[in-house]
Design a protein around this ligand. Structure first.
Ligand SMILES: [Zn+2]
Length: 196
């Protein structure tokens, strides 16, 4: 296993971490940052507490929650799932605000799709925390920029859940804000499931 050491950009503490996780958590000040060729960037994040009644091995999985502005260009998609979600959030006629969840861990396509659709159609409610309570984190494999590029893919996936509407999909999606959300999960024979 390869370990690298970086310095926390917020408090200066040394952080030792496995190289496969793009997100560096400082044990001293609790901030998370990632690094690219422009240097360190602090990442806003939230942690959801696990359901105390959930059995099995718990772990935290990272998701990018993208607050999106969403507009429909074509009236033909009014029956689509995206339109329904966006109008629920802001009540507009042709669009509105929408949270799109992009799984940030390395996942197979089926699990990625299942989690993205489940969370985007039904965003979890939880008391926000900033600490992990000693529960292990799954490494983040998808960075913020990559997640923003995937927002459209998730939108199209959502729309494809309702057959027959995809060919009429004509919309505009703009990501306004990205936040890293750590959700508690448990391992099951059919893959990871939410443990909120
Ligand atoms: Zn720090």
């Amino acid at each position: 296993m390869k370990i690298i050491q970086v310095k926390c950009p917020n408090c200066g503490q040394a952080i030792y971490q496995k190289t496969k996780d793009e997100m560096f958590l400082c044990q001293n000040c609790g901030t998370i940052h990632y690094r690219d060729d422009k240097g360190p960037h602090r990442v806003p994040f939230e942690v959801a507490p696990p359901n105390p009644n959930s059995g099995g091995q718990r772990f935290y999985m990272p998701f990018w929650r993208l607050r999106c502005d969403f507009h429909i260009r074509s009236r033909d998609v009014q029956g689509g799932l995206l339109h329904k979600l966006a109008t629920t959030l802001r009540g507009g006629d042709n669009g509105g605000n929408l949270y799109i969840f992009v799984p940030a861990a390395e996942l197979d396509t089926t699990t990625f799709r299942r989690l993205a659709v489940a969370l985007t159609t039904s965003p979890p409610q939880y008391p926000v925390r900033q600490d992990f309570g000693g529960i292990e984190r799954v490494p983040t494999a998808i960075g913020q920029d990559e997640a923003i590029e995937m927002a459209d893919f998730v939108a199209v996936t959502l729309e494809a859940e309702k057959p027959g509407t995809l060919q009429y999909l004509d919309y505009e999606l703009k990501v306004l804000e990205a936040k890293l959300i750590y959700l508690p999960m448990v391992s099951t024979p059919s893959g990871p499931w939410l443990a909120i």
